[in-house]
Ligand binder design. Structure first.
Ligand code: FES
Length: 85
């Protein structure tokens, strides 16, 4: 059984992703650096994968979200890296 795929907008470009899959899995497949440390600009990415560390914070539809806890849904607009909130 394969999951239905939908389109999301990631940093301005369309990406196909399985609906309901944790967003962090989709994002790290594209680029493991989800954001950069505000202190030293070091790349940060998914760590715990269960909502505890906040390392996977990205911007989803204008709001900060832990991507490991955010399921993919059609049309979501995601920003990572320097552009994330
Ligand atoms: S990876 Fe730790 S909160 Fe998402």
């Amino acid at each position: 059984m394969s999951a239905e795929t939908v389109l999301i907008r990631l940093n301005g470009r369309e990406v196909s992703a399985p609906v309901g899959q944790p967003l962090a899995q989709v994002l790290t497949a594209v680029d493991p650096a989800l954001r950069f440390s505000p202190k030293d600009k070091a790349p940060r990415g998914m760590f715990c994968g269960m909502g505890l560390c906040f390392e996977c914070m990205v911007e989803v539809d204008g709001l900060r979200r832990r991507s490991c806890l955010t399921p993919v849904s059609a049309g979501m607009v995601v920003r990572t890296g320097e552009g994330a909130a």
